[in-house]
Design a protein around this ligand. Structure first.
Ligand SMILES: NC(=O)c1ccc[n+]([C@@H]2O[C@H](COP(=O)([O-])OP(=O)(O)OC[C@H]3O[C@@H](n4cnc5c(N)ncnc54)[C@H](OP(=O)(O)O)[C@@H]3O)[C@@H](O)[C@H]2O)c1
Length: 295
């Protein structure tokens, strides 16, 4: 069996086209323009690329965008003061503080300072808690994108054995929580594995849907999965550079061998990655509609 490719780039394009129409309609009918601000502290090159991509996508879709590039030495007080100002700014519906922050800043306190109604990354404890109790407002973008990929690929989620490898707060735990909910596009039986899991292969071989977010290149091999599994590979690992200096990436799954056993699989790149920014845009549009009393 050679797996169906779950092409995140295509699903993302479809969702963005729909969002573009919705944004144009919001402006035409209600004079509402969703606004997203990105805040970057320091000059980490990868973060600059991510923030640039978010800004560019906002502009392509018709979302008003602002960007703050703050110096590395920005203090906690200065950053919180900026967030306070943005919390009160009616042009802004979504506030995204690019992580990771420089070491001297307290990430938890910064995320906590964002108004939960503008927390389009879904990392504020209020939004984390709402997801936990099955009343999500803003779901974290990467896990929300994974759920959309499963739905768009026609994967049977309800009743499925889902195994998640990784328990981070940004991917592993929230995707487990999303697929566990008694809700459409969910209702799965979910197992979460991590570095203290005793027998990883025992779990991964049981999975109907295997979601891997470990950050370990090609960690999941063909002998660890069963025939017909649907594999979502979240990992993004740089394993070298081309002669021109371009990054060579691979996922957490040994794509070439696992695709021979899987029913469907996401490639890296072009799988989960493109969905993350798309979900951010979706959350921003939702925040604008909520602020305008349109939902
Ligand atoms: N495509 C996207 O948009 C996107 C977004 C976010 C992340 N990512 C990628 O996804 C990967 C994971 O990101 P993350 O932020 O969730 O990573 P993270 O915070 O480093 O968490 C990794 C998790 O995987 C577990 N783990 C690591 N090695 C393991 C092993 N050998 N066996 C079992 N479990 C193992 C860790 O277990 P412990 O808790 O026991 O340490 C931890 O829970 C990274 O490659 C990242 O670049 C991609």
């Amino acid at each position: 069996m050679t797996a169906q490719l779950i092409k995140g780039a295509e699903v993302a394009r479809e969702i963005r086209e729909e969002l573009k129409k919705e944004i144009a309609e919001l402006k035409a009918k209600h004079n509402v323009v969703p606004g997203l601000v990105t805040v970057l502290v320091g000059a980490d090159p990868a973060s600059q690329v991510y923030v640039g991509a978010k800004e560019k996508t906002s502009q392509e879709l018709g979302i008003y965008s602002e960007r703050y590039d703050l110096p590395e030495k920005t203090s906690q007080k200065e950053l919180i003061a900026l967030i306070d100002k943005l919390n009160k700014d009616p042009k802004i519906n979504g506030i995204l503080v690019q992580l990771p922050l420089p070491k001297h800043l307290n990430e938890g306190e910064v995320l906590y300072a964002i108004d939960p109604k503008k927390d389009v990354d879904g990392f504020h404890p209020v939004n984390v808690g709402k997801l936990m109790i099955g009343q999500p407002d803003y779901m974290p973008c990467t896990p929300a994108g994974i759920q959309q990929l499963l739905i768009h690929s026609g994967t049977q989620i309800e009743g499925a054995e889902v195994v998640v490898v990784g328990r981070s707060n940004i991917v592993g735990k929230p995707i487990a929580n999303i697929l566990l909910q008694k809700a459409p596009g969910a209702n799965a039986t979910v197992t979460i594995c991590h570095t203290r899991t005793r027998d990883m292969t025992f779990h991964t071989r049981r999975a109907d849907i295997l979601i891997v977010a470990a950050g370990k290149p090609k960690y999941i091999t063909a002998d660890m999965v069963k025939e017909g599994v649907v594999v979502i590979d979240v990992g993004v690992n740089e394993i070298g550079r081309t002669a021109e200096g371009k990054r060579i990436l691979c996922g957490d799954v040994d794509f070439e061998t696992v695709k021979e056993k899987a029913k469907a699989i996401t490639p890296v790149p072009g799988g989960v990655g493109p969905m993350t920014i798309t979900m951010l845009m979706m959350n921003t549009v939702r925040a604008a509609k909520v602020a305008a009393g349109l939902t």
